[in-house]
Design a protein around this ligand. Structure first.
Ligand code: GDD
Ligand code: MG
Length: 344
């Protein structure tokens, strides 16, 4: 296939219909895409990247918890983009979900797994994709542990030759995995059967390669940040990394409406949302995010912890590397290291 004119995509699809199983119990009431990272919904980092990449319209491929997502993110003009929702009656898996959006896609588009925080310059990838006439380009990332990801095999020209999803051995030694950020031409979806489950990783992508289509792997020269926030440990890691300045445009801040009683101590970096109260003698930080309306009782100690909106931490409680579910009441003197506090 020949080259195509180089043009940045104006549309994107974000896949947000998964069950968020590995982040249960937090995802029973809050969709994974809405879990706050440094007091902003996880998906807002992707929306911001897409906006900066010149995208105008984002289709959210939703199913499970669709109403909660729609209510929280809004539709029409929101986040500097035009947001629209395409709902699945039954989960259609990743490629089925993209196919479900096909009628609304007018040209080249980004497709994103919805649980990522990342940053890289999209222009060189778009250039390579267009110049080589690819129908699909996959962003790649080198990682230490390949087992939670899709290992991608490539030839010397960058053409993808194989997909090994969630394997522990890497026959190539390259450790290059699928970063979950795809650039697609609408014709990439032609072979996907409508209205039934079909997987990007197991059906569509290997099928395109087998059909002889140009499918490219693109390993960005620099990728300042990339994380799949699909598990509790990576959720806490995202909070730590972003508070540490991993994305230069994300700041650890204390909202004007947060209040600290005399003798309360904040050890930076921390993020305190509106309406937070930290009582006398409490010590918060480092790497703590407190959601809107959170109250930290007298002499409580919190480090590397995320407290979701409305939760109350009893006096002298000690928490480290913990996520506290929204509206929880943590009793006085309670101690926990690691895990989630969720009483249902
Ligand atoms: N709309 C819709 N419908 N979305 C879905 C469905 C569905 O039926 N099933 C899953 N999704 C969404 C999830 O909400 C998530 O945003 C995305 O698809 C990917 O699902 P995950 O469950 O997070 O996949 P993973 O992390 O195990 O693996 C994927 O991502 C890795 C990179 O982070 C694969 O693409 C791997 O190959 C890749 O390396
Ligand atoms: Mg994931």
């Amino acid at each position: 296939m020949g080259g195509r004119p180089v043009a940045m995509p104006e549309q994107a699809v974000i896949l947000v219909g998964g069950l968020g199983t590995r982040l249960r119990p937090l995802t029973y009431r809050t969709p994974k895409a809405l879990l706050p990272v440094v007091n902003r919904p996880l998906i807002s980092y992707e929306l911001e990247w897409l906006r900066r990449a010149g995208v105008r319209q984002v289709l959210l491929a939703v199913g499970y918890q669709a109403d909660i997502l729609r209510g929280a993110l809004g539709q029409g003009s929101a986040w500097g983009l035009d947001l629209a929702y395409v709902e699945e009656e039954e989960p259609l898996d990743t490629a089925g979900a993209l196919k479900n959006c096909a009628a609304r896609l007018h040209g080249r588009f980004w497709a994103l797994n919805g649980d990522l925080i990342f940053d890289f310059d999209p222009a060189p990838m778009v250039r390579q994709h267009c110049q080589k006439g690819a129908v699909l380009s996959l962003t790649l990332r080198r990682v230490e542990d390949i087992s939670p990801f899709g290992l991608i095999l490539r030839d010397e020209c960058g053409q993808v030759t194989g997909f090994l999803e969630k394997v522990s051995e890497d026959p190539t030694g390259q450790r290059t995995v699928n970063a979950g950020v795809y650039l697609m031409e609408p014709e990439a979806l032609e072979s996907v059967p409508p209205g039934r489950p079909w997987s990007n990783e197991r059906n569509l992508f290997p099928g395109l390669v087998a059909s002889g289509a140009t499918v490219l792997g693109f390993l960005p020269e620099t990728m300042p940040y990339w994380l799949d926030v699909g598990r509790l440990d990576t959720y806490l890691q995202a909070n730590r990394d972003l508070l540490s300045g991993a994305l230069p445009w994300v700041r650890a801040e204390t909202a004007a409406g947060a209040s600290l009683e005399p003798g309360a101590r904040i050890i930076p970096p921390c993020s305190l949302a509106e309406g937070v109260i930290v009582r006398a003698g409490a010590q918060v930080g480092p790497f703590v995010s407190l959601g809107a309306g959170v109250e930290v009782g007298e002499r409580a100690r919190l480090r590397e912890t995320v407290v979701l909106a409305g939760a109350k931490i009893g006096r002298q409680a000690q928490l480290s590397e913990v996520v506290i579910a929204p509206e929880e009441a943590v009793p006085p003197d309670y101690q926990q290291q690691g895990g989630v506090v969720f009483s249902g």
